[in-house]
Design a protein around this ligand. Structure first.
Ligand code: BG6
Ligand code: GLC
Length: 755
């Protein structure tokens, strides 16, 4: 009995000794919290480097724009095809999106093999094979005759300038097909399909698998704004503020960024923690020097890393009593799935697997060898999980800072064989993320449907948006004036002026051309104190011409929105030109357009009650909304202030577009009228060219960020022979009235002197 105890004690002791030795040996693979924090900060710097366009070409972490900006809103529907290439399986899918009140998706999918020789052979053969699988699938589903929209999940780094163009930067993972790097994969696929000629599809979107995963999970959880893959490769994407994305024009709203974090460290940033095993693994890979972070983490490499460590431990006689077999020396013989099996701790299942795996490699492992192998697996996979946690912590911090929130609540959509099949990876990852980001409350949501569903959703959203965009633009086009139309307005204004000036037609002219008896302008010699009375309001009133259009001259330009504003005004039917231009009415035009949009389901979910209130859009809000300096969130807060709660980013973008179309038309109409006046003066003076200064005042002109420049631009275009300087009156018209008095006094004094 005592002997048995002693034996068991000695056995345990020997086990401990061996484990301790292995542990010590692998010391560099254990990362302290401080090191992880350091890696996290370094990654944050790399993210920001990648986001800046001046640094992007040299940045290791590319932060690629994806042109995915919106998430499904539940109104999408139709049949969509999806291809999912780049993970451990190549899939073709048919996704039916139903919008029957509840969000529902039905899917059919089929896995096809991609032979290894095609992954590393000639690119066109790879795309021919993909087209062939697609053709087989369409046959199987009996839908070959339909031309369906297709979304492609292509899980490699790609430069995108739009949703349906994707230029492969470099192959990663196990692919190296020739003639594809630097090319647009959409064109290559289209070409392969066209060559066959037996079916056609409409390729609408290409997404990375991280993006597809985020969208798949986003369908269930609207808070999902991060996508993570820990599978054959590793990578993540997240929704970034446009203002931080310097490679893409525009600074409003958000766009999903494919970080390609697998390349973190390719510029040497991680040399301080990479081990000799990492270097050896990299040297034997398809793409040495690239994807160094990925090579410490993902499924294509994890087993191999364990194998390299076991070989070294065996060589140093710390394992297998120094025994080394040909299988142990063979690259890729130790699969990552073995790591998962060996780490299972229930009922010593893992140790039994270790024994089976090691025996499968021709070894004769002792129980200590099995325990030590399990330890190696634990150390390698824990480092992988903790490295992912460090970079994820940087992403969460970035989103938190973007939002300026005290506490960030968010969801990460996750997929990949390592995350899903490894018994402890998910737990270790989430535990470390929480440890590194105390200010964040994070939920990890597993994607159960793969990224193909997400790719189909992106395609469905793109389809819906394209339809809605066309509908909105059709409505806004009514308010957009072409150069020819503006010339027409100028011509008609000119005619009205002539009519207004002539005695016989004065009475019937809409433009009254009232004499003011002001006959001279100041020459700078006036002096003395004069009293002025300014009785004007704050509205931009073009006194002489506001009634232009009252006899129907503008009827073909007036929209239903102008009619609505006119009908509800105090004096319907009169001052029609003014009602298309001045600050008092522009807000009302905007409100009427927004009402039309909401009624058609193109804006705000439902019709907010407050939008029915006349006058809510004052000129000053219009001016604020259109300010270039205003971030989208500020536009939202103005809308909120106006009583329009619950608006989305897209709503704000659209409201701003409506404001700018309405105010642009106003400035252009005003410019067209002014051009008519300028040309009249030029002709009166028989001049080839006229240089003239126009004094302008009014709240709209003063406060609106673009009104004056658009007006100036229009005058320049419509009256090219006039060089017009718009001079803003700083002191209002009161000073002008005083100056008129001064001029009159100067003329009167001069006359008196003469007599
Ligand atoms: C799948 C997704 O579920 O996971 C793929 O549909 C993705 O798009 C893959 O590439 C990643 O995991 P793995 O382990 O297959 O590389
Ligand atoms: C590789 C690819 C990347 C992909 C990831 C996960 O890192 O470069 O695009 O997202 O693998 O599949």
């Amino acid at each position: 009995m005592i002997a048995a105890h002693l034996l068991s004690y000695l056995f345990t002791q020997r086990n401990q000794d061996q484990i301790q030795k292995v542990d010590k040996y692998l010391y560099h693979l254990r990362l302290s919290d401080e090191t992880l924090m350091d890696i996290s900060s370094k990654f944050r710097l790399e993210m920001n480097k990648g986001l800046r366009c001046d640094n992007n070409s040299i940045a290791a972490v590319k932060m690629l724009p994806t042109y995915v900006r919106s998430i499904p809103d539940g109104t999408e529907n139709g049949d969509f095809l999806a291809l999912d290439l780049g993970g451990s399986n190549f899939r073709v899918l048919l996704v039916k999106v139903l919008s029957n009140g509840k969000q529902k998706v039905e899917m059919e999918n089929q896995i096809y093999d991609i032979p290894e020789h095609l992954k590393r052979g000639c690119g066109s053969e790879l795309f021919d094979h993909i087209a062939d699988c697609l053709s087989q699938f369409l046959d199987k589903m009996g839908i070959k005759q339909k031309k369906l929209p297709l979304g492609l999940t292509f899980s490699f780094p790609c430069q995108q300038s739009k949703l349906d163009e994707s230029i492969l930067v470099a192959w990663t993972k196990g692919f190296k097909a020739s003639g594809v790097e630097g090319k647009d994969v959409v064109s290559l696929l289209r070409k392969a399909i066209k060559k066959r000629g037996d079916f056609d599809v409409d390729i609408v979107a290409v997404v990375n698998d991280t993006v597809g995963t985020m969208m798949t999970c986003g369908y269930e959880d609207h808070q999902c704004e991060i996508g993570l893959i820990v599978g054959t490769g590793t990578n993540a994407c997240y929704m970034e503020e446009m203002r931080n994305l310097k490679m893409v024009e525009g600074d409003e709203g958000r766009m999903c960024v494919n970080m390609e974090w697998g390349a973190f460290g390719d510029d040497g940033t991680l040399e301080f923690m990479r081990t000799d095993f990492d270097r050896e693994l990299d040297a034997g890979s398809l793409n040495p020097g690239h994807q160094l972070f990925e090579k410490m983490i993902s499924g294509l490499y994890m087993g191999e890393l364990v194998r390299l460590i076991l070989v070294k431990l065996a060589r140093d006689k710390l394992l297998f009593q120094g025994q080394i077999t040909p299988d142990l020396l063979t690259t890729a013989q130790f699969h990552t799935s073995y790591v998962s099996a060996i780490e299972k701790d229930k009922d010593k299942e893992g140790l039994a697997s270790a024994q089976t795996v090691l025996r499968g490699l021709g070894l004769e492992p002792s129980s200590e060898d099995c325990l030590a192998t399990q330890k190696v697996c634990q150390i390698v996979s824990t480092r992988a999980a903790h490295l992912c946690a460090a970079t994820m912590a940087a992403v969460l911090q970035q989103i938190k800072d973007n939002r300026g929130e005290e506490k960030l609540r968010t969801t990460i959509g996750v997929d990949g064989s390592v995350y899903k099949s490894h018994p402890h990876f998910a737990k270790r990852l989430s535990k470390m993320v929480r440890q590194l980001t105390p200010g964040c409350s994070v939920c990890f949501l597993r994607s159960e449907d793969g990224s193909g569903k997400g790719a189909a959703m992106v395609t469905a959203v793109a389809y819906r948006l394209a339809k809605q965009h066309a509908e909105r633009q059709r409505i806004l086009d009514e308010l957009r004036l072409s150069d020819e139309q503006l010339l027409d307005v100028k011509r008609r204004m000119g005619e009205e002026m002539v009519q207004g000036l002539a005695k016989e037609t004065h009475k019937v002219a809409s433009v009254k051309m009232l004499p003011t008896y002001v006959r001279a302008t100041p020459d700078g010699t006036e002096s003395g104190d004069f009293l002025a009375l300014d009785l004007g309001g704050t509205n931009f009133r073009v006194l002489l011409w506001g009634a232009f259009g009252d006899h129907g001259e503008l009827d073909d330009f007036r929209t239903k929105f102008d009619h609505a504003v006119d009908n509800t005004s105090t004096h319907p039917g009169i001052q029609r030109y003014e009602k298309m231009i001045s600050g008092m009415y522009l807000g009302e035009i905007v409100r009427n357009v927004l009402l039309e949009f909401t009624a058609k389901g193109l804006l705000f979910r439902g019709v907010p009650e407050r939008l029915n209130t006349p006058g809510i859009f004052e000129t000053k809000f219009l001016s604020q909304i259109e300010s270039d300096r205003l971030a989208l969130r500020q536009v939202r807060s103005i809308l909120k202030h106006l009583g329009l709660e619950e608006t989305t980013c897209d709503d704000s973008i659209l409201v701003k577009e409506v404001c700018s179309v309405v105010s642009r038309r106003a400035a252009q109409l005003c410019g067209a009228g002014l051009a008519a006046v300028m040309d009249k003066i030029r002709q009166n003076r028989h001049l080839e060219r006229l240089r003239i200064t126009v004094g302008v005042d009014g709240t709209l002109y003063k406060l609106h960020p673009h009104f004056s420049s658009i007006m100036q631009e229009t005058v320049g275009k419509l009256a090219p022979q006039c060089e017009v300087t718009l001079l803003h009156s700083e002191d209002g018209s009161g000073k002008g009235a005083a100056l008129i008095t001064a001029v009159l006094c100067r003329i009167r004094d001069a006359n008196q002197l003469r007599h």
